[in-house]
Design a binder for this molecule. Sequence first.
Ligand code: COA
Ligand code: UVW
Length: 332
Amino acid sequence: MSFIDKIKETAKQNKQTIVLPESLERRTVEAAHTILEEDIANIILVGNKEEIAEVAKGLNIEKATIIEPTNFDQMDDYVDTLVELRKSKGMTSEQAKDLLVKDSLYLGVMMVKKGFADGMVAGAVNSTANVLRPSLQILKTAPGTKLVSSFFVMVVPDCEYGSNGTFVFSDCGLVPHPNAEELAAIAGSSANSFKALVGEEPVVGMLSFSTKGSASHPDVDKVVEATRIAKETYPNIKIDGEFQLDAAIVPSVGSSKAPESEIAGKANVLIFPDLDAGNIGYKLTQRLAKAEAYGPVTQGISKPVNDLSRGCSAEDIVGVVAITAVQAQNQK
Ligand SMILES: CC(C)(COP(=O)(O)OP(=O)(O)OC[C@H]1O[C@@H](n2cnc3c(N)ncnc32)[C@H](O)[C@@H]1OP(=O)(O)O)[C@@H](O)C(=O)NCCC(=O)NCCS
Ligand SMILES: CC(=O)OP(=O)(O)O
């Protein structure tokens, strides 16, 4: 069974409720149709019922719950909670009501905060920053986590590397310039995410333009230091670096460039040194190798809110919703 079929099967076993606040967007409504038809999750859509019906022409979204922000019986309670959470930042009741009525991303995140939904997926039209900012502000980090980061599950066709072509790539969406400590934290979280979603042992490669000292540069030093911190912090996780990409995933190159390493050539969790590398790397793999790319999935938020690329397909949205549902199951 493929990675995403397994995730869908897991999601179906204990159905969660996922809010899709970009409800006037055709791919999102197509995804809602498929999710309801395949019984993967319960769906909440946000917006005017007639407008949603217009976008959903030819699709069956009858089983979705539609919440109209101007006519939502929980609105006053949500406004009070948002003010309470953000009053130290100067938020007033008027501002909170305005945000919750006009910005479906804030309303969606508040639904997750209040337990009305178990998770949220958006990003087919909104930028990553706009999708993730409300969740960072309202849901905050999970206990024991300082840094929220994100990853993609990449499923590369006809690929013998990684876990039969399945990888986690991090961070491709959230933290622009991680320092060594942050990079180590991203490695630890990503290993746990790989284990939780792919179900196999994570093998983490810390990526660089250098393999075990083949180049000298402050950027390389950062990855060397991150590798040291990660090994010390997560002694039970298989982690090594610094590796160039080929040394991380191709066994023959790994054994020639890094013969002492047990990880070289076997990595299935790839930690990119910064967001430039991660974002470009996942899009290259998706577009040129025709890989399935599910994400950016967040790790470290107290409840699951996940992003999409604006270039996503309806099928990608279905996949990220199923992943979000499984994260919600795991957090309960
Ligand atoms: C996600 C992002 C928007 C956060 O932006 P920001 O400008 O720091 O936003 P804010 O300062 O309003 O932060 C919001 C809150 O989240 C917290 N926060 C921000 N990043 C965080 C992180 N990685 N982990 C935990 N908390 C974080 C802040 O401390 C702040 O908390 P507070 O408002 O309660 O004090 C920013 O990191 C970003 O733009 N990342 C790049 C996204 C992107 O463009 N990706 C490329 C395409 S995928
Ligand atoms: C993840 C990502 O790159 O998102 P977008 O393509 O929407 O910028």
